[in-house]
Design a protein around this ligand. Structure first.
Ligand code: FMN
Length: 160
């Protein structure tokens, strides 16, 4: 299926999660478009049909959603319209040192805003090592599997 993987990243952590996730989606047989929400590609990306939106975001001060992501959500609302909640899955990076109540706060705010029923993927700072890669692949399993048809849900493509 066609997936839009849209992310906001200030210093590269969320971009790296997006990159790993995009590779995982491609491995599962999906056509995935990766979009930096702070680029000039937003209008073009939003004009394309998509079955699911994977939304990634870093967290700003005290659990807030960064401006560039708020702008993207406004473009979505004012353009094609807000997608159905179950077709949106949210991931984020953050740092626990900002307080556990604010950890990955933007990702959780976005999931609430869209009414996404999927678990929010949280990665602390830059993903590294097998554990983070495994966590990302398992999350993709959980959020994508309900939408996959037998032809693109080939178990042989899955990460162990
Ligand atoms: C000004 C500022 C405020 C931040 N506030 C939070 C916060 O409230 N909660 C959190 O989890 N992370 C917070 N962070 C940490 C970033 O969200 C984290 O480093 C993230 O991985 C950055 O992602 P990026 O490299 O994709 O920009 C803050 C970072 C900055 C620079």
């Amino acid at each position: 299926m066609n997936l839009l993987l849209a992310y906001a990243s200030l210093s590269g952590n969320t971009r790296e999660v997006a990159r790993l996730l995009a590779a995982c989606c491609a491995l599962r047989g999906h056509a995935v478009r990766c979009l930096d929400v702070d680029s000039d590609q937003v209008a073009d990306a939003l004009a394309q049909p998509r079955a699911m939106l994977l939304l990634g975001c870093w967290t700003d001060n005290a659990g807030r959603t960064p401006t560039e992501m708020k702008r993207f959500v406004a473009s979505l609302r004012d353009g094609p319209g807000l997608p159905r909640g179950d077709t949106v899955a949210v991931f984020g990076t953050g740092e626990t040192q900002w307080g556990l109540e604010f950890y990955c706060g933007a990702a959780h705010r976005l999931a609430r805003f869209f009414g996404s029923p999927h678990p929010v993927l949280e990665i602390e700072q830059m993903p590294h090592g097998h554990d983070d890669t495994h966590t990302i692949h398992r999350w993709a399993d959980v959020v994508l599997a309900p939408f996959e048809t037998p032809s693109d849900a080939d178990p042989a493509r899955r990460h162990p």
